[in-house]
Design a protein around this ligand. Structure first.
Ligand SMILES: [Fe+2]
Length: 399
């Protein structure tokens, strides 16, 4: 019998619960069952007071959701040799599935020395930005996403985020800066979550039918492909200005590694379906009748129309981080975004772990799983490997 207490957060989209009276370093099988079901019931589970939890314990808890997997969710694309790709994301040497993210200079942490972490700022990714003079008071969602490589590797089931150091203080006003006037008061450096289940539930019947029967094809090498493109002001996908890298500037593409996933992913505990689309990486939509929507702007417009209602201010859960929080979130039932801007001297240290899943997410029964793994089309780079190598040098964060 477990002594863990789960207290749901009162939230309109039923996101969030707080778990107390546990020790991540010493979990019984009964504890694990409570954590597992709590995570899949509430989508975001905050394990309080885990400052002492080791990176090993964090990895083992994360892996327990998918015992057959062991590699980091972005695989080799983020390993130390490729650090030029991800200068702000450091790997813990003694537990390489766990990454360090945050802000500011850190002298020593878990075997890493003299590291400088940088919280991503929307001005580096959005087509437009909050004016400099307003930057401390106003902010945006940086990028709504699922933690996933979306090429070769399957999306992780669960991500764990451990708050080691958290600067506290001011709040900011998050603006959507579209034509809705929507805004949200947020704690400094919050992480925002939106429920894929609520996103699906509020669709019209015809949109639900569309979502149930449509498959999403992701771009090959999506984070390189999109590296020159700019985000919408809501952080929910990209503007279509033709800035994506052409095939001849991508690394070689193995067609069998292109991901095609259902639009709806099934919750293993509740049986509910979540609308789960990575809006920045989507490339084509494959419809029930066999037709394919390939025009990128049209694809993005359709996805945006389906997803935007689900990130309305009242449906977003913004976690107010405290040191020692270990947050587990259902990466196959939510999308999330980094939020806010730190001053360079505000030191924040987080540990993140997720593991590429051993199997594709489960979709509606009407969709054949075999079809998702079929080779799709031929990408033939016309330039040599040098162009591909240069493309790899473009920095692109994975969060
Ligand atoms: Fe993330």
């Amino acid at each position: 019998m477990s002594s863990i207490q789960i207290t749901p957060v009162a939230h309109p989209a039923n996101i969030g619960a707080v778990a107390t009276n546990l020790d991540v370093n010493n979990l019984s099988e009964a504890d694990w069952k409570v954590i597992h079901d709590g995570l899949y019931t509430h989508s975001v589970l905050v394990l309080k007071n885990q400052a002492h939890a080791t990176p090993k314990a964090q990895f083992e808890l994360t892996q327990k959701f998918d015992p057959a997997c062991s590699g980091y969710g972005h695989g080799k694309t983020l390993d130390a040799k490729r650090s030029i790709l991800h200068p702000d994301l450091k790997t813990i040497p003694h537990q390489p599935q766990v990454q360090v993210i945050g802000n500011g200079f850190v002298e020593e942490f878990e075997g890493l020395k003299d590291i400088t972490l940088k919280h991503p700022h929307h001005k580096t990714f959005h087509k437009t930005a909050v004016p400099e003079a307003e930057d401390l008071d106003f902010t945006r969602f940086y990028r709504w996403h699922i933690d996933a490589a979306l090429y070769d590797l399957q999306p992780p089931r669960v991500t764990s985020l451990m708050a080691v150091s958290v600067p506290k203080g001011r709040t900011q006003t998050l603006r959507y800066d579209d034509d809705t006037g929507d805004e949200l008061q947020v704690p400094l450096g919050t992480t925002a979550f939106a429920s894929g289940y609520a996103m699906y539930d509020i669709l019209s019947d015809s949109d639900k039918e569309f979502a149930r029967t449509t498959k999403v094809e992701y771009a090959a090498h999506p984070y390189i492909w999109m590296s020159s493109a700019k985000s919408k002001s809501t952080g929910l996908g990209l503007e279509s200005d033709g800035l994506e890298l052409p095939a001849n500037e991508l690394p070689p593409v193995d067609e069998s590694k292109i991901l095609m996933l259902p639009m709806l992913w099934k919750n293993p505990v509740t049986g509910r379906f979540a609308l789960q689309i990575h809006p920045s990486a989507v490339r084509r939509l494959h419809l029930k009748d066999g037709s394919v929507i390939g025009d990128l702007k049209e694809v993005r417009d359709m996805v945006y129309r389906l997803q935007r209602p689900g990130i309305a201010p009242g449906l977003v859960y913004c976690h107010d981080w405290e040191e020692g929080d270990m947050v587990l979130f259902n990466n196959q039932g939510t999308i999330h975004s980094v939020v806010g801007a730190f001053a360079p001297d505000e030191v924040r240290i987080f540990r993140q772990c997720n593991l590429a899943s051993s199997a594709p997410p489960e979709g509606p029964e009407s969709l054949s799983q075999e079809a998702w793994t079929q080779p799709l089309r031929t990408y033939e780079p016309t330039k040599g490997p040098q162009a591909a190598l240069q493309a790899w040098m473009k920095p692109m964060r994975a969060y």
